[in-house]
Design a binder for this molecule. Sequence first.
Ligand SMILES: [Zn+2]
Length: 126
Amino acid sequence: MAETFCAECTAASSDHSPGNISTVNGVGRQFYGAAEECPQCGSVVRTLWFTLIDVPIYPMGSYRYKSAEGKMKKGFDAWLSPKPRFWARKTALHGKQVLTTFAIGLGMVALLGGAYYVYVTFIKTR
Ligand SMILES: [Zn+2]
């Protein structure tokens, strides 16, 4: 199967590929989000993040992204099961998606921090 972005998406992005995406113990690079689905080729804009313990730390860039396995999952599903096989072309950083992902990341940190607080306060010191 060849790269299957439509002419419009190809024109709005560059050939710069994100390369090999891999995470080791949650540290690495991961795609988050799915916005602006293209009616022609079905690609979506996703942002590549540097992650630490699976928490998005900073955005490395947004990409026109197309799963190699058919239609891209949307919303929360895209969070839970990022597909490893894909095509991507670099595009303009998606500001709104960056903010949304950042907010969710902060929420995760707050949850982890809260759980740790509860552990230290109520469980560890009986
Ligand atoms: Zn397209």
